[in-house]
Design a protein around this ligand. Structure first.
Ligand SMILES: O=C(O)/C=C(\CC(=O)C(=O)O)C(=O)O
Length: 297
């Protein structure tokens, strides 16, 4: 498999500036392959996207912190993600992908390395299988650590996933809003069903990210803004945002990260919504020690 670069080397400077302390809550690191080889089961073979490159982007865009999410190309070996967190001087935490038979000692090691959640990936193009029973075993193991679960799926399987989501004993964060069909508009079936899920389950949160993946219109993502702004306004305490740098599998539509940041004030139009989206909410999941006891989720 030839290696792919899925990010721009010199993204534009956003016109909008994130507030001090802002968290970019969905990024990945790739490799470096010489130090942290990719999984033999990886479905794509990216160029190295190193922690140093990530931190340069963070500073360029005006963010203070990152949440590094283990990408499928590294399988269940979280060393590249842990390396990124370790190099961040406390300015990154992470989400791991683990095997169901993982023991408490290994989970504690991940916790010490800054991991605060696990990810379950249901995208067939990314993983060979997604065993719900094994995922629930993992969810039960991580719950006592105060971690949460991140779930990545597409809208067509939401209905069949509901009992599984309901069985997870922690906060659940759905990546990219469960990938609704944005072309259906703000009252479309996909986003309406997703909002019903959030209405009925106060422990389900979502990342209002993925404009570059979900918008048929492309930049400046007017279609995404029209559909997603009502979600931010309706669930202000349960939304996170991330660039998704280095944009795995986006080699045919590589986004400009500066343009993505400029979507934020359009989906979260007030300073209060922006503070919740970029600071308060991610802190509850990733830096809870910074909050007073009664604010904890
Ligand atoms: O990271 C994302 O948002 C999306 C991905 C890649 C991914 O999740 C993974 O490799 O684990 C995708 O849709 O190809």
């Amino acid at each position: 498999m030839s290696r792919t670069q899925t990010w721009v080397d010199a993204p534009s400077k956003p016109h909008w500036t994130p507030p001090p302390g802002a968290v970019d809550a969905h990024v990945h690191v790739f490799g470096p392959e010489a130090q942290f080889p990719f999984s033999p089961k990886a479905k794509y073979h990216p160029e190295d996207a190193t922690p140093e490159m990530l931190f340069a982007l963070r500073d360029h865009l005006g963010f203070s912190r990152n949440v590094i999410v283990q990408a499928s190309c590294h399988g269940t070996d979280n060393e590249a993600t842990l390396n990124g967190i370790a190099k961040s001087n406390g300015r990154a935490r992470g989400v791991a992908v683990v095997d169901p038979d993982i023991g408490l000692d290994d989970l504690k090691t991940l916790h010490a390395g800054g991991i605060r959640g696990v990810r379950f990936n249901f995208l067939k193009r990314l993983v060979d299988n997604a065993p719900k029973d094994k995922f629930l075993e993992i969810a039960k193991k991580i719950a006592p650590l105060g971690w949460h679960v991140v779930v990545y799926f597409e809208a067509d399987i939401l209905e069949e996933l509901v009992p599984f989501l309901e069985a997870i004993p922690t906060i659940v964060v759905v990546d990219h809003l469960g990938r609704p069909d944005i072309a259906q508009g703000p009252d479309g079936a996909d986003i309406t069903r997703f909002k019903q899920l959030l209405d009925e389950h106060p422990t389900i949160w979502t990342k209002v990210s993925g404009a570059e993946r979900l918008s048929p219109m492309g930049p400046p993502f007017d279609d995404f803004v029209e559909v997603i702004r009502p979600v931010v306004e309706r669930y202000p305490d349960r939304v996170l945002w991330g660039t998704d740098w280095p944009h795995p599998n986006m080699e045919h539509r590589i986004p400009d990260d500066g343009t993505l940041v400029d979507v934020i004030p359009r989906i979260a139009p007030t300073a209060e919504l922006q503070r919740k989206l970029l600071i308060d909410n991610p802190e509850r999941l990733y830096w809870p020690e910074r909050l007073s006891g009664n604010e904890r989720a």
